[in-house]
Write a protein that binds this ligand. Structure first.
Ligand SMILES: NC(=O)C1=CN([C@@H]2O[C@H](COP(=O)(O)OP(=O)(O)OC[C@H]3O[C@@H](n4cnc5c(N)ncnc54)[C@H](O)[C@@H]3O)[C@@H](O)[C@H]2O)C=CC1
Ligand SMILES: O=C([O-])CC(=O)C(=O)O
Length: 329
């Protein structure tokens, strides 16, 4: 029997990331090739944005995706989020050259109180929320706090792009295929302070740390390359990453819904107090997923260097949180 369609809301649907994301969702890349989807697309109530959204929808129509069971355009989150199973909160201002993601806090934070409240009011009680709009961890925190009637665990932030960037750097360094790398993770905030950690990673059962055996490369090349990759792309393209961000959003939700079969990935999730990260902080953790639920990998040894790095990214998140205290009550 055919599966019932899942309702997926995407905000900022006429933006850069939206243009790389919507077609792949409708094509079944995110929820599976046997899963019909209904797209509920939100843009700002602005004539130009709504018109651009209509144009994107015309193109989606023209793909005649067999899995697309419905599609609607919205300018109000209360209708866009009605009964949704998945929310991709992309709509927010991107940074330009010379900005850090936290510089967007002022401009974007408000969006996530409004949208958190709307999710609280009208979304499925099991809605899976992924915040992509920057600063993603703190925006996810705001949305979570604005939706007290939804389980906090439903709110996540995207660190998958950082995870994928780290995979790719390690594949290049070791000369091994990306698919052979396991047990990699990225701790913390989606910002240059994030801590990409390959201490536990393996390739064909062999330790990646032993294979690379170069602490200076880790500290002086790998961590800055992964941490500052978003900025490097803005510098090169004049615009922030879009197709790779959309790809990471697809990966994140795909794995959350369909499971990782015991493999590690990275998700920004509300801490349960693991690794001394204060409960409720939206933090990048190594997880596995099964039956639509994620689980933090527990019991990993945190050495002195790692603890320092984790503390730096945690402190930045706590500062960001302090800055939005007035919005979350
Ligand atoms: N977490 C991550 O790894 C990444 C996050 N990002 C972030 O994603 C966000 C979107 O990036 P782009 O698509 O490149 O930006 P964009 O400017 O091309 O598109 C954003 C769209 O969101 C819409 N929008 C703004 N406020 C909205 C609201 N309240 N409701 C609905 N729609 C709204 C705008 O009208 C625009 O069409 C930015 O904040 C960017 O920094 C980008 C790359 C990676
Ligand atoms: O760097 C930015 O502003 C966009 C982003 O989050 C990324 O590419 O990681």
């Amino acid at each position: 029997m055919a599966k019932a369609p899942m309702r997926v809301a995407v905000t900022g649907a006429a933006g850069q990331i939206g243009y790389s994301l919507l077609f792949r969702i409708a094509n079944g890349d995110m929820l599976g090739k046997d899963q019909p989807v209904i797209l509920q697309l939100l843009e700002i109530p602005d004539e130009k944005a709504q018109k651009a959204l209509k144009g994107v929808m015309m193109e989606i129509d023209d793909c005649a995706f067999p899995l697309l069971a419905g599609m609607s355009a919205h300018s109000d989150p209360m209708t866009a989020f009605k009964d949704i199973d998945v929310a991709l909160l992309v709509g927010a201002r991107p940074r330009g050259p010379g900005m850090e993601r936290k510089d967007l806090l002022e401009a974007n934070a408000q969006i996530f109180t409004v949208q958190g409240k709307a999710l609280d009011a009208v979304a499925s009680r099991n809605v899976k929320v992924l915040v992509v709009g920057n600063p993603a961890n703190t925006n996810a925190y705001i949305a979570m706090k604005s939706a007290p009637n939804l389980p906090a665990k439903n709110f996540t932030a995207m660190l998958r792009l950082d995870h994928n960037r780290a995979l790719s750097q390690i594949a290049a360094k070791t000369g091994k295929p990306v698919a052979s790398i396991e047990k990699l993770c990225v701790w913390g905030n989606h910002s240059p302070t994030m801590y990409a950690d390959y201490r536990f990673a393996t390739i064909d059962g062999q330790s990646v740390k032993d294979m690379i055996n170069d602490a200076a490369w880790n500290k002086d090349t790998f961590l800055p390359t992964v941490g500052k990759r978003g900025g490097a792309i803005i510098e090169a393209r004049g615009l922030s990453s879009a197709a790779s961000a959309a790809n990471a959003a697809i990966d994140h939700v795909h794995d959350w819904v369909l499971g990782t079969n015991g493999k590690w990935t990275t998700m920004g999730i509300p801490s349960d107090g693991s690794y001394d990260i204060p409960e409720g902080t939206i933090f990048g953790f190594p997880v596995t997923t099964e039956n639509g639920e994620y689980k933090i990998i527990s019991g990993l040894a945190i050495d002195e260097f790692s603890r320092e790095r984790i503390n730096v990214t945690l402190n930045e998140l706590l500062e960001e949180r302090e800055g939005v205290k007035h919005l979350v009550g």
